[in-house]
Design a protein around this ligand. Structure first.
Ligand code: CAA
Length: 286
C-alpha cells in the first residue's frame, strides 16, 4: 500500500477539482481548500458534474460515483491540510499567490516526509521549494486538462528536491493514480507546454491576422492532423488567462518571441473572455 493515503488539493477550479476527482477515484481521502464558501460550492459542483459525465459515459457506476463524492471534503481552512501525506497546489497561475501558499502550507504540515507539490505549468519549482522551508519534499506534479481523462503527469524535481521524494511520487502516480509519469527539468513550460503553447499562440496570431476563421483553423488541425480538438478550442478549454500566463512565464525565461502572447489574447483576457470557464472565448459556451 502506498504511504500516500491522505491528499490535499489547494484550489478547486478546473484543474484542482479534476485532480481531487482523480485522487478520490483512486480510493484516497481528499481535502480541497478553497478561498470562499462560494468557491467551495463551485468546486463541489465541478466534481459532481464530472462524475455525472463519467457515469453517463459508463466509466463508473452511480454507486462508485457516490462513494467518490464522500471521499472529497471541501473546506476554506488551510489548517485542514496539516495531517496530509501529499498536498497538491492548483491555485491560480500567479507567482506571488503560489509563493504565499507554499510559505503558509510548508509550515503547517505535520509529517516530516509530507510532500508539497505544485500543479504549476511554468513557475520555477525551486522558488516554491525555497519559501516552503521543506524544499527537499517539494516538486512539480503537473496534470493535464481534463485531469480525469488525460493520462499524463509531468514530474518536475527542482535542484533541491530529494531523490526519494521524486521516487515516491513517481510510484504514487503510476501505481495508485494509474497515470503515466514523465520527468522534466525545472524550466518554464516543462515538456508539454514548451511544445504546445507556441502552437496555440501561433493559431491565435493567425486568427488575429485574419488568415482564416476560428472554425477553419480548428478544423484544419482536427481533420488534417487528427488532433481531438483544434488550437482555439483547446485554448478555450485550458483558459485564455492560463494560456497567457504560461506564455508570459516562458517568454520571461527564454526571451523567445514565439512564447510572447499576441495582443488579441491580452485584450480577450482583459475583457474577461477567458474561454469555456467564463462562457465565451473564441467560441460561446453554455
Ligand atoms: N470522467 C471520465 N471519463 C470521461 C469524462 C469524465 N469526466 N469526460 C469524458 N470522459 C471520457 C469519455 O467517456 C470518452 O472515453 P472513451 O473514448 O473511452 O469513450 C473520452 O473521455 C472522450 O470524451 P468525449 O467522448 O466526451 O469526447 P469529447 O470530444 O468531449 O472529448 C476531450 C473531450 C477529452 C477534452 C478531447 O477533446 C481531448 O482530448 N482534447 C484535448 C485535450 C488536451 O489537449 N488537453 C491538454 C491541455 S494542456 C494542459 O492541460 C496543460 C497546461 O498546463 C495548460
Amino acid at each position: 500500500m502506498s504511504t500516500i493515503q491522505k491528499v490535499g488539493i489547494i484550489g478547486g477550479g478546473q484543474m484542482g477539482s479534476g485532480i481531487a476527482e482523480v485522487n478520490a477515484r483512486a480510493g484516497l481521502d481528499v481535502v480541497v481548500v478553497e478561498v470562499s464558501d462560494a468557491a467551495a460550492d463551485a468546486a463541489q459542483h465541478r466534481v459532481q458534474a464530472s462524475l455525472d459525465k463519467a457515469t453517463s459515459r459508463g466509466k463508473i457506476t452511480a454507486a462508485e460515483a457516490a462513494a467518490v463524492v464522500k471521499r472529497v471534503r471541501v473546506t476554506t481552512d488551510l489548517g485542514d491540510l496539516k495531517d496530509r501525506d501529499l498536498v497538491i497546489e492548483a491555485a491560480t497561475e500567479i507567482e506571488h499567490i503560489k509563493l504565499e501558499v507554499f510559505a503558509k502550507v510548508g509550515g503547517l504540515l505535520e509529517r516530516d516526509d509530507a510532500v508539497l507539490a505544485s500543479n504549476t505549468s511554468s513557475i520555477p519549482i525551486v522558488k516554491l521549494g525555497a519559501v516552503s522551508g521543506r524544499s527537499g519534499h517539494v516538486l512539480g506534479v503537473h496534470f493535464f486538462n481534463p485531469a480525469p481523462v488525460m493520462n499524463l503527469v509531468e514530474l518536475i524535481p527542482s535542484l533541491t528536491t530529494k531523490q526519494e521524494t521524486l521516487d515516491r511520487v513517481r510510484s504514487f502516480v503510476s501505481d495508485t493514480l494509474h497515470k503515466q509519469p514523465i520527468e522534466a527539468t525545472d524550466r518554464a513550460g516543462f515538456v508539454v507546454n514548451s511544445l504546445l503553447v507556441p502552437y496555440l499562440l501561433s493559431a491565435i496570431r493567425m486568427y488575429e491576422a485574419g488568415y482564416a476563421s476560428a472554425g477553419d483553423i480548428d478544423n484544419g488541425m482536427k481533420l488534417g492532423c487528427g488532433h481531438p480538438m483544434g488550437p482555439l478550442a483547446l485554448s478555450d478549454l485550458i483558459g485564455l488567462d492560463t494560456v497567457r500566463a504560461i506564455g508570459i512565464s516562458m517568454y520571461d525565461e527564454f526571451k523567445e518571441p514565439l512564447f510572447s502572447p499576441p495582443p488579441l489574447l491580452d485584450r480577450m483576457v482583459d475583457a474577461g473572455l477567458l474561454g469555456k470557464k467564463s462562457g465565451q472565448g473564441f467560441y460561446p459556451y453554455e
